[in-house]
Design a protein. Structure first.
Length: 341
């Protein structure tokens, strides 16, 4: 499925229709990489695995989420930036190659998955609706705060010296590379403040980017993103951007999601997406996630309530796994077979 020649919004509406109205996003990428043995204690975090010797792990994680029932898989580029790669001693060209590879590896995984499904359909994939579901590759773009690798994507305060222009200049090239590499969508995710949403909207316009995008914010309660800016104002910026086809929240505690869906819906009639984290809190000093008394272990039982509240795309973020995504897919598609092979 391609968006070329179609308006971004009608492309996405068709996709959601094909999914039956609701779609499944994948789950925690870094979490699953670590489960496969990757050591991500690094400034580049999950983007560290884009070096060629680890690309098999990235492909493996994409396949895990496809097998769990995802309609949309996010690339390993969340914390991948030319600036970040250069700071680690890679050349500019190597940085560009790794960004491109993030999209290519996801596309390879989709092909492998489709191939398996076709070959093994008669025995293993009896649920037609699930087997024939559309699958999109969303290029992940993490915030400037993610590049800083100091936890500021959960605080959202970049200081007075960082302006909309700083942020546009920071993101410009990587967004163009990801688009050129053939992503179906751009997932601007874990956006911590209004400033960065504004920068993304202007960037898409200035560069004449036609690839559909979503804006997803990380929030600290039912009505504010982590910086304290209101989700209503943030979602309003997304609403007025032509290329934005869905708006929502990610890497946010499950207990805030219901209220946030209502707040986002007040600002936009675009499809609403939610992919919460496990409800644990990230401690940047120790680089660890800790359970709080309010942590929720499993938000899958809420999916139908969130759907009733008006959301139409559901997945998981940090500390969620293919099990969560399988649960979501079953809530949406009915029983899913374990694997294609
Ligand atoms: C800190 S939010 C991270 C989002 C990214 N897509 C990931 O799952 O790794
Ligand atoms: Zn996350």
């Amino acid at each position: 499925m391609g968006f070329k020649g179609k308006e971004a919004s009608s492309f996405f509406r068709d996709f959601l229709d094909e999914c039956g109205g609701s779609a499944v996003i994948d789950g925690g990428f870094a979490t699953e990489l670590e489960r496969h043995g990757a050591d991500l204690n690094d400034q580049l975090w999950s983007a560290k695995c884009l070096v060629s010797s680890s690309s098999h792990l990235v492909r493996r994680v994409h396949l895990d989420y496809l097998e769990a029932g995802a309609n949309i898989i996010l690339t390993a580029s969340y914390q991948a930036t030319i600036q970040g790669f250069e700071a680690k001693g890679f050349s500019r060209e190597e940085g560009v190659t790794m960004l491109r590879r993030s999209v290519e590896i996801a596309r390879e995984a989709r092909e492998i998955y489709h191939d398996r499904c076709t070959k093994d359909s008669s025995d293993f994939m009896r649920n037609e609706r699930y087997r024939k579901r559309p699958i999109l590759i969303a290029a992940s773009v993490g915030s400037y705060g993610a590049y800083l690798a100091d936890g500021s994507e959960y605080v959202g305060d970049y200081g007075d010296s960082v302006t909309v222009q700083t942020l546009k200049d920071f993101h410009r090239e990587r967004v163009k590379i990801l688009v050129d590499a053939g992503a179906d969508l751009i997932a601007f995710e874990t956006i911590p403040n209004k400033l960065e949403a504004q920068a993304y909207a202007e960037l898409l316009d200035e560069e004449g980017i036609e690839t559909p995008a979503w804006f997803s914010f990380s929030c600290k309660d039912e009505s504010n993103v982590v910086s304290g800016d209101s989700i209503f104002e943030c979602a309003s910026i997304a609403d007025s951007c032509r290329q934005v086809v869905a708006v929502g929240v990610n890497c946010t505690a499950p207990r805030f999601i219901h209220g946030l869906i209502s707040s986002v819906k007040k600002a936009t009639s675009k499809p609403v997406l939610v992919y919460p984290n496990s409800g644990e809190t990230y401690i940047s000093e120790s680089n660890q996630w800790v359970k709080s008394s309010e942590s929720e272990d499993d938000f899958v039982p809420y999916i139908s309530k969130w759907r009733d509240a008006g959301a139409s795309l559901f997945g998981g973020c940090c500390r969620t796994t293919p099990n969560t995504i399988r649960g979501i897919a079953e809530a949406i598609y009915g029983k899913v077979q374990d694997k294609c092979i």
